[in-house]
Design a protein around this ligand. Structure first.
Ligand code: IMP
Length: 429
């Protein structure tokens, strides 16, 4: 048995869904532990192409128990639509379990999110799914949890308790509409209740049982370490814990039970959100634009074009330190085909001419990242990429070298290499 956490090492969109879908073929349990419908995990497999926002990527294996953990914020409408669209494609979702302790996104949360984006001095470029406001309400203890849906008779009172809080904030925005009248919200959430009931569980108990029975468990992270509320590029971060530590907190699985922590990196990092967000290795438009088009680098939740950069080994090393990565999985290696030269950032030059090249962030804040000049190690690219690669030595020799340099700089072995969207386009090293 093993318990493995799959964690984004950059700013999300690293391809965690593909890695979890691949590993889930042998998993007894997959647990989503953070984020909410801001995530979009893209998966191509024998059932088709899917962009999952809330349902764990293990859902395609009917033997795998899929848990939406307490650390996830759930928009009931989005989750129900997702379950129904999976069911239409023949995926029954009978193995889905929703934690009683997960928080519910209420209709006002996305609106407050949009309003705060406009009224905040700096635009963060959120997905406007209500993530900041729902986690803020959780922290100030005015949130509704999935368990509040269980008792139909008590729910109206529970809703009333959070309702006036939500309405007070909403009124301040002048965006109040009848859609938010108490009775309408009550009716909607009682309907969601009927849809949710078959899935609600005290999931931490299922997880402890699975650990005791030495089952294979996967923890599926959303977003990435550099978007983590504490360790990411604050304030340009999300509002949940995206790290391996968050995997415990957001599921109830004891930290000591985790055996492997896989950091997922994309061969070229991307970012979505406002332009002010620091991204030291961002590529010039002339390189980024064709790569974005060819690789389809647009947000799977919002459709926004992603900014694209060269591999930043310093930031990934920082992620490796925070998470204690035991392995790396690299994705989208094939998309770099055709670039004459590839750059890997090994250090930064600060405006006062200091070189930062080993452990980042000592004496450098994340906002300083907008001022630094990246220092690159340049290697030749490759022109052709084979359609099928079974082993490391099947890769173009320059691609092998690219991976070896990254491994050396980050100090963590690359054990999974994904070179295409399909489930079988992966090398296990
Ligand atoms: P929020 O999570 O919607 O509040 O957005 C906060 C920041 O995190 C924004 O810059 C988003 O673009 C970014 N973000 C949130 N979820 C994802 C994701 O799944 N992939 C990439 N970026 C994300």
């Amino acid at each position: 048995m093993s318990v493995t956490a799959v964690i984004g090492a950059q700013w999300g969109d690293e391809g965690k869904g593909k890695i979890v879908d691949f590993l889930a073929q042998k998993a007894d349990m997959v647990i989503r532990f953070n984020g909410g419908p801001n995530a979009g995990h893209t998966i191509h497999n024998e059932f088709g192409k899917f962009a999952l926002h809330l349902v764990p990527s293990g859902i395609f294996n009917p033997k795998t128990i899929c848990i939406i953990g307490n650390g996830v914020a759930i928009d009931p409408k989005i989750l129900i639509e997702e379950i129904e669209s999976l069911q239409q494609k023949g995926i029954e979702c009978l193995n889905l379990k929703i934690s009683t302790k997960a928080h519910l996104i209420m209709p006002w949360h996305p609106l407050i999110d949009s309003f705060q984006e406009q009224s905040r001095g700096k635009e963060i470029g959120t997905t406007r799914r209500g993530i900041g406001p729902v986690f803020a309400d959780k922290a100030i203890r005015v949130g509704l949890r999935v368990e509040d849906l269980l008792d139909e008779n008590k729910f109206p009172q529970k809703l009333l308790e959070v309702y006036s809080h939500g309405q007070n904030i909403l009124r301040g925005t002048n965006w109040y509409s009848n859609e938010f009248a108490y009775n309408r919200v009550l009716e909607k959430y009682l309907f969601y209740r009927t849809k949710f009931l078959p899935y609600i569980e005290e999931t931490e108990f299922l997880i402890w049982e699975a650990v005791a029975e030495r089952k294979n468990i996967l923890l599926e992270g959303a977003q990435g370490t550099l978007l983590d509320l504490d360790f990411g590029t604050y304030p340009y971060v999300t509002s949940s814990a995206c790290t391996a530590a968050g995997a415990s907190q957001g599921s109830g699985l004891p930290p000591t039970a985790i055996d492997e922590i896989i950091g997922v990196v994309k061969a070229f990092p991307t970012r979505v959100g406002s332009k002010e967000q620091p991204f030291p290795t961002e590529m010039p438009k002339s390189v980024a634009d064709p790569l974005r088009k060819m690789a389809g680098e647009y947000g799977s939740t919002t459709g926004r074009p992603r900014r694209i950069g060269w591999f930043d080994a310093l930031l990934v090393k920082y992620s490796a330190k925070i998470n204690g990565f035991t392995k790396l999985a690299i994705t989208r290696l094939d998309n770099l085909t055709g670039l004459k030269t590839l750059k890997i950032c090994y250090g930064y030059r600060t405006p006062d001419n200091k070189i930062i090249s080993t452990l980042l962030m000592r004496g450098l804040t994340f906002s300083d990242l907008n001022q630094v000049k990246p220092l690159y190690y340049e290697i030749p690219g490759w022109n052709k990429f084979p359609k099928k690669c079974k082993k490391f030595s099947d890769l173009p020799s320059q691609a092998q070298f690219y991976l070896e340099v990254i491994e050396k700089m980050v100090g963590v072995p690359i054990k999974l290499i994904s070179y295409g969207p399909e489930r079988n386009q992966i090398i296990v090293k």
